[in-house]
Design a protein around this ligand. Structure first.
Ligand SMILES: [Zn+2]
Length: 568
């Protein structure tokens, strides 16, 4: 392998006296030749988990970018392969915050090389490149033009292209840009959406979202900037910003992929994209809504991977899990999972479905929307436009001889009564309600007008839940990692200190005392008190237990409980 050189990106960096680092970077060995290209391809396929497939690229330098354009590899994957085979350092994008344009070099020259100068002094220029080919020639030309040696560092292609656009590209005058944006004919938008840099940029957006385990991508046009935010573990983060001039092309690309009307800008639209990234298949729901500065686009990423619907990962404590598993295996009765939107109710129910799913049981669901498709289940999508509501769907489901019925949500008395009737006539019925706590579910059903004796005889239990963020394993929640002599932002959690989520739960098991209290229409405070007398642990107590075990922080429990205050 070649000689690795640590480049310094800022002037403020001072070498440690004892570290034996020289002031001037050593000359880099520039990668060259077919062996290097083959090495990159072998490494890339190893990273993608498909070793031996490198013959596909036929040893063509740059062929790896076809995989990025097709969405089969991310820029990050390609960058890792380049770095490991060439031994070149990788630019830390956070450190390259505010850069100046290198004087006397043109946009055309740099974009031809997909290269951008990062820092320079009299003798050397550090240049970030998106691919490590023919660098000997670039170094030679640079020396001839500017009398400086070049030190190379690798960077993501979209990052280099964005810097080139903002620092060097003077080709768009304001007037031209206005004309470009103004051409909203369908053909112009379609052409724009198929241009390679736009295709790469949008694919990169999906790839990064998957790498960061994001659940939603928000594309938000503002007055002069386009912000791309990712929801990670329930919290939004701005990950990229682009000049607003990129917006029409990005929006058109997303709309094209989502099967939306590309020329329609005034009405909300919905669509979906089947996405494959590496070996992972995703179902993406696209929603657009017109705003002051263009359409706001939200992309919801749904993993088709079923392994995460595993009881193990839910976060139910051993005792509660044992009790809940026993209840969901009952032949009939009703089980409710409650909590606000985004509290993980659907995931819990899919875990139950996955556990109950077998040849000997017929499981029918009615959902709005069907979020995940589980093989072996009969899943029905609510379509209110044609009169297929929860209630009407449920009526038909009962006639299909099911063992288990999942009703996505109980919103009204009619649905509640059909569901309870089904639970009393030999079916196991699972559903959700939007209430804050387990006891509240019973009051909600009473408020809907459901008879108290129906509730007390059908209901088996109510599980209330929230999702809390887990402390990052890599940095133990500090958000920082040691790097050489200093510290850097933790890459695993992006500096937030949290990675992944887990549930906190409250399980109200229906005892005889409780059934009597329901028959007497007692209020939720009394119901909760009876539950606690029979050993129910509250959400907050379960949260505190998880703080004690080092799973999460008191701040996170406080944040989730504060959210509750807003809901109430
Ligand atoms: Zn971390």
């Amino acid at each position: 392998m070649s000689d690795t050189v640590e480049t310094t990106e800022t002037d403020a960096w001072v070498p440690d006296e004892d570290a034996g680092v020289e002031d001037e970077p050593k000359p880099q060995e520039l990668p060259f030749g077919p062996d290097f290209v083959r090495g990159v391809h072998t490494e890339l396929y190893r990273i993608l988990g498909a070793p031996g497939s490198e013959t596909e690229l036929q040893g063509v330098a740059g062929g790896e970018w076809n995989l990025v354009t097709q969405g089969r590899a991310s820029e990050e994957n390609v960058l890792k392969a380049y770095a490991s085979v060439s031994g070149f350092p990788v630019l830390d994008e956070d450190d390259a915050g505010s850069l100046d344009a290198f004087p006397e070099v043109t946009f055309d020259y740099l974009s031809n090389w997909v290269a951008v100068p990062i820092s320079w002094n009299e003798k050397t220029t550090t240049v970030a490149v998106a691919q490590p080919y023919s660098l000997g020639l670039l170094a030679y030309q640079w020396r001839a033009m500017f009398g400086r040696d070049v030190v190379f560092t690798l960077a993501r292609r979209t990052f280099v292209e964005r810097l080139l656009g903002t620092l060097y590209d003077t080709s768009f005058t304001e007037e031209e840009e206005f004309n470009w944006q103004g051409d909203n004919s369908e053909q112009a938008l379609r052409d724009m959406a198929r241009e390679a840099p736009i295709v790469r940029l949008v694919n990169d957006m999906f790839n990064r979202a998957v790498e960061m385990e994001s659940s939603d991508i928000h594309v938000e046009p503002g007055e002069d900037q386009l912000a791309i935010r990712y929801r990670i573990d329930g919290v939004l983060h701005t990950v990229q910003t682009h000049p607003i001039s990129h917006y029409p092309a990005i929006a058109s690309r997303v709309k094209l992929l989502g099967g939306l009307n590309i020329a329609e800008h005034r009405l909300p639209q919905d669509g979906r994209i089947d996405l494959r990234i590496g070996t992972m298949e995703m179902d993406v729901r696209v929603s657009t809504v017109p705003t002051m500065h263009g359409e706001s686009i939200v992309l919801r990423l749904l993993q088709k991977e079923l392994s995460h619907f595993d009881f193990e990962n839910l976060g139910l404590g051993a005792d509660m899990r044992g009790m809940f598993e026993k209840l969901v295996k009952m032949p009939h009765g009703m089980i409710l999972v409650v909590g606000p939107t985004g509290s993980g109710k659907t995931t819990t129910l899919y875990c139950v479905m996955r556990m109950l799913n077998s040849d000997t049981r017929k499981i029918i669901t009615i959902e709005d929307p069907v979020e995940y498709q589980l093989p072996g289940l009969t899943q029905i999508q609510v379509r209110s436009q044609i009169g297929l509501s929860f209630a009407s769907g449920l009526r038909s489901i009962v006639r299909q001889d099911p063992d288990v019925i999942l009703v996505g949500e109980i919103r009204d008395r009619e649905t509640a009564e059909i569901a309870i009737h089904a639970a009393l006539t030999g079916h196991l019925v699972l559903s959700t309600l939007h209430t804050n706590d387990a006891a509240g579910a019973i009051s909600r059903l009473l408020e809907m007008g459901v008879e108290s004796f129906l509730i007390s005889s059908a209901l088996l239990c109510v599980l209330s839940q929230r999702l809390i963020r887990k402390i990052c394993d890599e940095c133990s929640g500090t958000g920082m990692q040691s790097a050489g002599a200093g510290e850097r932002k933790c890459r695993n959690c992006g500096g937030t200190g949290y990675k992944g989520r887990v549930g906190i739960f409250e399980l109200l098991n229906l005892s005889d005392d409780l059934r009597r209290a329901i028959n007497d229409r007692r209020d939720s405070t009394e119901i909760a008190a009876i539950g606690r007398r029979h050993g129910m642990r509250t959400l907050r107590e379960d949260g505190e237990e998880k703080v004690k075990r080092g799973v999460t922080t008191p701040a996170e429990i406080a944040r989730v409980c504060q959210l509750d205050a807003v809901i109430e």
